[in-house]
Design a protein. Structure first.
Length: 98
């Protein structure tokens, strides 16, 4: 019975992990929010999102206030909303060939 419980708990934890679906989505949104909402430096945001960068990498477009992240076969674009009060949103997610 204990084994069954441990297996079930492990599956629940793994399925709720943000890296299970698309790590690029999490990184794009986190980095966009850190840079354009919190107005932090790139170095600071790199430290804050270090865990997300294990499974994805990113590029920042400061002029358009977007972050494009790629990882595990998916590409995601996080963009600052027209009204900054609403923060950053994921605007484009698509599969890519790696």
């Amino acid at each position: 019975m204990k084994k069954l419980f441990l297996i079930a708990a492990t599956l629940v934890l793994f399925n709720s992990c943000k890296y299970n679906e698309a790590p690029s989505m999490g990184l794009a949104k986190e980095m966009c929010s850190c840079l354009f909402i919190a107005n932090q430096s790139k170095e600071f945001c790199d430290e804050v999102t270090k865990e997300s960068q294990i499974m994805a990498n990113y590029k920042v477009d400061y002029e358009n206030k977007t972050v494009v992240a790629k990882g595990l076969g998916k590409r995601a674009e996080g963009r600052l909303n027209i009204n900054p009060r609403f923060g950053c949103q994921i605007h484009d997610v698509r599969k890519i060939a790696e």
